[in-house]
Design a protein around this ligand. Structure first.
Ligand code: SF4
Ligand code: SF4
Length: 335
């Protein structure tokens, strides 16, 4: 689990935004209004820690970065066996498919999450681009045709789409890919939004998600049972609180901006340091920075439940997670 010696931190998971440029105009995100001030040079990515096992490459729209393949090559040379997952809005179908194929030649362990937040016009309106639904679906289909298997539709729940969650899940089944969802989060660091979460949204997900939890629990895919545990936490604060008493941000995982600024996560506005300003990863964590990071994360009251921290928290609490899945799987099947 946690490998921690002296001032060094050996995280397992990283969320790396390689650009804040974006070709979508999403309602729940202002990243596109705040493009990156500069981009971390490719060679700096060689300083990432070799302990990483899962790397989410995100943006903005990551496939807008012209030297994306070079960036991924640099990361691959540090962590050749890590799983890379690209988060994309799916607009640039041809570029996405051709660059994923190019990357697969030197790093076969890769997948993609394509954002789809509703069916047809719902998705177009949330993402602010006419036709983006068709393009996103086409991207998923073409990646499937090219033999990519680690694919998912990633849905962000906001006021305007929670009632379509079942239909988007159906779409993922039809396309033969996995389905994940997350509640839109407020974040000054990342989304630059502070009004995503409303009582209407929370009431809506509490009404819609119990059916989805049961569908995930009845799925044949083991991953879906654990996703059900995550889904339950989106609508149920008490369930969530059993896992979130100790947040592992800044230890098990971290977020890095396109400029190389390292944060515990993409919500908490506390900059640990900049990768370009140190000679190697461990130098970011002087004993003072380590102590300060742990103290600030421990005091964080944001009660967030993103797929990134939820996954790490479920791994950190295997017995609790296993017991929840067993109990609720039986309940869902008996229903
Ligand atoms: S949510 Fe993603 S696709 Fe939408 S504007 Fe923000 S970075 Fe772009
Ligand atoms: S609880 Fe705070 S530190 Fe932990 S992931 Fe959420 S926002 Fe980040």
């Amino acid at each position: 689990m946690l490998m921690f010696s002296g001032s060094s931190v050996r995280p397992r998971e990283a969320f790396i935004a390689v650009t804040y440029a974006c070709n979508a105009r999403c309602q729940m995100c202002n990243i596109w209004k705040n493009p990156s001030k500069s981009l971390l040079p490719v060679a700096e990515y060689l300083k990432l820690p070799s302990s990483l096992r899962t790397i989410n490459i995100t943006g903005g729209e990551p496939f807008l970065r012209k030297d994306l393949v070079e960036v991924v090559k640099a990361i691959d040379s540090v962590v050749p066996r890590a799983r890379f997952v690209f988060s994309t809005n799916g607009m640039l179908t041809d570029t996405i498919v051709s660059e994923m194929e190019e990357i697969r030649r030197f790093h076969p362990n890769l997948g993609a999450g394509v954002s789809i937040d509703g069916i047809d016009g719902t998705h177009d309106s949330i993402r602010g681009v006419p036709g983006i639904f068709d393009r996103a679906v086409s991207t998923v289909e073409k990646l499937r045709e090219k033999g990519f298997e680690d694919l998912r539709i990633a849905m962000t729940l906001i006021e305007g789409n929670y009632s379509e969650v079942g239909r988007v899940l159906d779409l993922s089944r039809r396309l033969g890919v996995e389905f994940t969802m997350t509640l839109a989060h407020d974040s000054d660091v990342y989304f630059k939004k502070s009004d995503n979460v409303s009582s209407k949204l929370l009431d809506g997900v509490r009404a819609e998600l119990p059916v989805i939890v049961d569908r995930q629990l009845r799925s044949r895919a083991v991953k879906d049972w654990f996703r059900a545990c995550h889904t339950a936490g989106i609508m149920d604060a008490e369930h969530r609180s059993k896992f979130t008493r100790r947040c592992e941000a800044g230890r098990l995982y971290f977020f890095m901006s396109p400029e190389g600024d390292v944060y515990p996560c993409n919500v908490l506005d506390f900059k640990i340091g900049n990768l370009a300003s140190v000679r190697r990863w461990d130098d970011l964590f002087t004993p003072e920075v380590r102590e300060r990071t742990d103290r600030i994360v421990a005091a964080c009251k944001k009660d967030c439940w993103m797929i990134c921290n939820a996954r790490s928290l479920m791994i950190a609490h295997p017995l609790r997670t296993g017991a929840w899945v067993t109990r609720n799987k039986i309940r869902a099947h008996l229903k």
